[in-house]
Write a protein that binds this ligand. Sequence first.
Ligand code: 5RP
Length: 210
Amino acid sequence: MKLQLALDLVNIPEAIEVVKEVEEHIDIVEIGTPIIKIEGLKAVKEMKEAFPNLQVLADLKTMDAAAYEVQKAAEANADIVTILGVAEDESIKGAVEEAKKQGQEVLVDLIAVKDIETRAKELDGLGVDYICVHTGYDLQAIGKNSFEDLQTIKRVVKNAKTAVAGGIKLETLPEVIKAQPDLVIVGGGIAGQENKKAVAAKMQEMIQQG
Ligand SMILES: O=C(CO)[C@H](O)[C@H](O)COP(=O)(O)O
């Protein structure tokens, strides 16, 4: 099980400062969609240059022109790129094919997918690397989480790695770990805390204990 830190509501220098604090306790650093929209893919490039030993995920949440966007993320040295599960199968296939060429991995974000079970099975057959259940900020605000959806994908996904994101905190991490995803994605649960290093260290310790 790996720990990914998601950075969304910061600029590039702030993102680099946060990662300096927690670097030794995380496996993957995510450049969140808002950063990419505001600062561009140079945020991915600068993060990879600053932390070559960490995997860097570009949270593009691609919906169309998938191969092109994957190629651009590869030019910025992203190790993993995201595409939306609601995208057309042709887009998913394009992303997977281009990522293979570029030596990257594709994470499919199931945000806003209504029938998680059916779509996860389909995506699993399309050769994606990760399938991720995700409760975005707007549904977190009305008290939703992805813990049940995680159990669903754990049941039906046979080839891809599984991932979970959306409002995970130290207090809710044990419930997530119980479901044994391959990747746990945490944003505010680390980045929004006073002592980020201590929280990241504790989370990584809990994850290692499984
Ligand atoms: O992709 C995202 C929002 O769309 C976030 O990166 C993801 O939800 C993780 O952040 P948090 O733990 O703060 O919810």
